[in-house]
Design a protein around this ligand. Sequence first.
Ligand code: UD1
Ligand code: CA
Length: 457
Amino acid sequence: MVKRYAVILAAGQGTRMKSKLYKVLHPVAGRPMVQHVIDQLESVQLDKMVTIVGFGADKVIEHIGEKSEFVIQEEQLGTGHAVMQAQELLKDKDGTTIVVCGDTPLITNETYTALFDHHEKSGAKATVLTAKALDPKGYGRVIRNDAGEVERIVEHKDANAQELLVNEINTGTYCFDNQALFSALQDVSNDNAQGEYYLPDVIEILRHKSEKVSGYVSPDFGETLGVNDRVALAQAEKIMKLRINERHMRAGVAIIDPDQTYIHPDVVIEQDVVIHPGTIITGKTTIKANAEIGPNTEISNCLIGEGSNIRQSVAKDSKIGDGVNIGPFAHIRPESEIGNEVKVGNFVEIKKTKIDHNSKVSHLSYMGDAHLGSNVNIGCGTITVNYDGKNKYLTTIEDDAFVGCNSNLIAPVTVGKGSYVAAGSTINKDVPEDALSIGRARQTNKEGYAKKLKNRK
Ligand code: UD1
Ligand code: CA
């Protein structure tokens, strides 16, 4: 078995992004571009992975972690110069080296594998992954001879009028015989429009040495999109989104409008879940069978139970049980745990709160730092007063309690099992089990007084 190595080019700043964030760290579907590249390469059997870093090296290394070795390219003198930086680690090795740009996040491991296989079968010293582009502007063009063999690659900025008409582009991904690569790199010059050491020049150098060079045409241009600016970044986002959505639909998830649904790569969704438009599901979220999510809902790092329904709402870092109804317009904040068959209605905010089976917080309430038992009913406009400006305190509402509308529960406080709190109460003492607690001023009616006020001169 031939040894396989990878060099990932990730040292550029990405001037065309017009951003303080280094180019390869711009996210596509919530994950830095270069991480997509590394993730896909990981499922190809590789003996060594070397990433070339420069601008933002610390940040890039932090994202990629131990999956790769790193070499710093102090000055960004071009893609050929970038690969040269890996020579200490690779130069003497026998085998195949794939070179990939950190700004082509959509290439799949299937394509990488197909390129390796094609290269190794053909016996070529270099194989370029090419694609047919509808609009080849900005890409290097693949120039073939009359026999259809790849002769060289010419950069857009160096191309003449005839070469600009070529629509077969260099995707920036190549397989090389490792030693042929490092020896040809010695001959690359920077005599071109950009004054850079171009990696694609290696192709022509190998041809001049009468070595075999091959081209492997990717069947899907979309996969090879290179992201140099924000317009391409949005195109990449769209392609990735549809790819992820298609995977879920094929696995039995109903996505009403795949163009309007954003699901990040780590999300797990079971069969017969229905997702309505305007929904964004991110992080390590799992959605169990038959749940219905959206429209216009944001869910991040949550477990959503079977058959639950979340509409027009936001939920983060929380666990939601089976058969739960949330929204419209509810906000489930981190560290909340919502039991089975619970109802959280409109304009309700839940923060760091556990709600047990079959309880209801149906309208206009805030439950923060609280534990609600089962079968609890929270009346409209109830507030847990959890914060004194310095510390947060706990509210406990035991099973079967019934809290009347517009009550303030001043924590720390416990509302006992089966008790009632009268509407409009401000509760600052524990309510005993089965008691009725009334904490409000007594009403007085002054007969005829309104009339008297009206008739005042
Ligand atoms: C490059 C190719 C072009 C191809 C296109 C595909 C060259 C000269 N041109 O052009 O033929 O069609 O990719 O998307 O290779 N980088 C470094 N160090 C450097 C320069 C670049 O690490 O000194 C990295 C960048 O961070 C980036 C990658 O190499 O991830 C490609 O560089 P970029 O400037 O984007 O090249 P393109 O102009 O897109
Ligand atoms: Ca690029």
